[in-house]
Design a binder for this molecule. Structure first.
Ligand code: M6R
Length: 611
């Protein structure tokens, strides 16, 4: 998730572009840059690593003059944050900014190198600049050149392109990543998102997938990628700038909960080979020989990432049949844990900077283990020290409570497990192909579940807002989800909550239950279903207020609970992606009704870099 912005008009564009990027910084902030038509047949570029203020500094030293330009604030997906990887990327008089992921980038890079192109960065975006340049070099205008290139690349993109030969226009296009065009008298803008443009205009046109537009000072002309003209009505936006940054949601956490279908789609992008029913192993970064040589997997993480790691253990044991343990990174460190060359250590961390996870992974590496990082922030400390990295592509997570990063970590762990299982012969071709298809439809199921459960969950949160204690129970894959439900509620609403393995209830915690305690039981139709129904009955018999999270149309679960939150019927491996959603929403609404600081709860930091 990056932010792009563009301007064509009579004003000096650099301050407008910078202002737009400042309003898009929530989309990414590891580097930034501008490209401006400088007159006299030149495009001038300034780029800087780090926050936008570094780019502002570079512009103070060497200002950019001109009225037509594009800008970018980056959240790295290909290539670590560095000046050479920062956008805009330039090739032979073509400058490009891009938000998204080009799936066939490896193949395109190889073809360009064969043609003798000099590729300077590790990004997929620079490849687009070279491809457009090659088309322009054959005599095509910029619009035709961009159209020809977009018909050959696969993946997600929102791009804005300048050509040194056509200084009065910007060409933009989109597929899967967002792009909005802003219209004003004698001025035309584009941006990844509405907030960047609100100080300048409220007249917006939203580009749809597989569409492109030519922006000039007098307006925008939209066509499909096939070249057919498109008539699109303007939308008048009434949001305040603060609402717009959160896409109309009250808090970043709620926005991020609802971003999960997109985050999952981006994380799966380019990793599923649906034609061959396979997982693309090169994305994981482990050699097939390594997959076969592993004796044991050790998962290391903290907090929500630890709960994701617990689902990973389940996947790896069932799909790859490798002995697996999950460790809290803080407990693994320094205790002299037995670790060796046969161990694959998977360090799971959204930030990639959590000190306990970093130190534990370093200790494991020193002991001879191979370290695979699953992280969301490109180039962060854990990926840097790891032997291999498999990134989640959730985009920046601003709410302290992790939501979209949790589900994307779980999907990466599921892909790792299936890939290992297939490499080792523990998972059949048919089972893998079936899982690949299930994964491909999962983002839509997540979207349906969020829409389908939101109102009921908000009502339940209102009803139980004053409960002092809440219990969450789950078995198997639902156990880490129960822990996650309890952690979410604790951290943002400050309500005491406990997650338990449902089978442990009778060994003590059942004594906590009385008529004042809401008990949430995860009871999807999986291999533990009958026993989970038993837990619902036990809780109801002790007069608890019982909420079941179960499969659509499950009358038995409805009968033995006070309220049933229904999720679509899915294969067992997919249940965590759906059961966790009402729990995230429940925590959110309880906190919102209590009026706590949802996005920045007391005593917590987004990244914990202390012991
Ligand atoms: O960046 P990490 O994934 O390593 O962070 C680990 C925990 O600090 C984090 O998951 C924390 O528990 C969240 N606030 C939970 O919502």
């Amino acid at each position: 998730m990056c932010g792009i912005v563009g301007y064509v008009g009579p004003e000096a564009c650099a301050p407008i572009l910078l202002d737009g990027l400042r309003r898009l910084e929530y989309r990414g902030y590891d580097s930034a840059g501008l490209a401006v038509h400088g007159g006299a047949g030149s495009i001038d570029v300034r780029r800087a690593v780090g926050k936008l203020r570094n780019l502002e500094g570079a512009l103070r030293e060497r200002p950019l003059e001109g009225q037509v330009g594009i800008g970018h604030t980056r959240w790295a997906t290909h290539g670590r944050p560095s000046e050479v990887n920062a956008h805009p990327h330039v090739a032979g008089g073509i400058a490009v900014v891009h938000n998204g992921i080009i799936e066939n980038h490896l193949e395109v890079r190889r073809q360009l190198l064969e043609k003798g192109c000099e590729i300077l960065s590790d990004t997929d975006t620079e490849l687009v600049a070279h491809l457009v340049h090659l088309e322009v070099a054959q005599g095509k205008d910029i619009e035709t050149a961009v159209r020809a290139v977009l018909n050959t690349i696969e993946g997600a993109y929102a791009i804005a392109v300048l050509s040194v030969d056509e200084p009065e226009r910007i060409v933009v296009a989109k597929s899967a990543s967002p792009l909005v065009i802003g219209l004003a008298e004698g001025e035309t803008y584009c941006a990844s998102d509405v907030p960047a443009l609100l100080p300048y205009t409220r007249r917006m046109v939203f580009l749809e997938d597989e569409e492109m537009a030519v922006l000039e000072a007098g307006g925008a002309r939209i066509t499909t990628l096939k070249g057919e003209p498109v008539e699109r009505a303007e939308t008048q936006i009434d949001w305040s700038p603060v609402m717009a940054e959160k896409a109309g949601y009250k808090h970043f956490m709620l926005k991020e909960i609802f971003e999960q279908p997109r985050a999952l789609e981006d994380t799966l992008r380019g990793r599923l080979d649906r034609q061959n029913g396979a997982i693309r192993g090169e994305e994981i970064g482990l050699a097939p020989e390594k997959a076969k040589a592993i004796d044991r997997v050790v998962l290391l993480a903290c907090g929500t990432s630890h709960h994701a790691a617990m689902t990973g253990r389940y996947f790896i044991e069932t799909m790859a049949r490798i002995p697996t343990v999950v460790e809290l990174a803080s407990e693994f460190r320094g205790r002299g844990a037995v670790i060796g060359e046969g161990d694959l250590v998977i360090a799971v961390s959204q930030s990639g900077e959590t000190l306990d996870t970093l130190m534990a992974a370093k200790e494991a590496k020193a002991g001879g283990a191979t370290v695979l990082a699953i992280a969301n922030v490109i180039g962060s400390a854990i990926p840097r020290m790891a032997d291999a990295v498999f990134y989640t592509h959730a985009g920046p997570e601003i709410g302290v409570a992790s939501t979209k990063c949790f589900t994307t970590q779980v999907v990466n762990l599921l892909m790792v497990a299936a890939w290992l299982g297939h490499q080792r012969g523990a998972m059949s071709d048919e089972a893998l192909a079936e899982l690949v298809e299930d994964l491909a439809r999962m983002p839509q199921l997540v979207s349906d579940t969020l829409k389908g459960t939101r109102q009921l969950v908000a009502n339940l949160a209102r009803r139980y807002v004053d409960a002092r204690d809440v219990l969450f129970l789950g078995r198997g894959l639902s156990f880490p989800i129960a822990l996650e439900g309890a952690l979410k509620l604790k951290e943002i609403s400050y309500v005491h909550a406990e997650g338990y393995a449902a089978g442990e209830m009778k060994h003590g915690p059942i004594a906590l239950i009385d008529s004042t305690v809401p008990v949430v039981v995860l009871a999807p139709k999986d291999s533990s279903y009958e026993r989970s129904i038993g837990n619902l009955e036990e809780a109801k018999a002790r007069e608890a207020m019982v909420i079941a999270i179960g499969t659509e149309g499950d009358e038995k679960a409805r009968e033995v609970s006070h309220d049933l939150i229904e999720i679509p019927e899915v294969p067992e491996a997919l249940t965590p992606f759906l059961t966790v959603l009402p729990l995230q929403l429940y925590a959110y609404y309880v906190a919102d009704f209590k009026g706590t600081d949802v996005d920045q709860p007391r005593n917590l930091a987004k990244t914990v870099t202390v012991e």
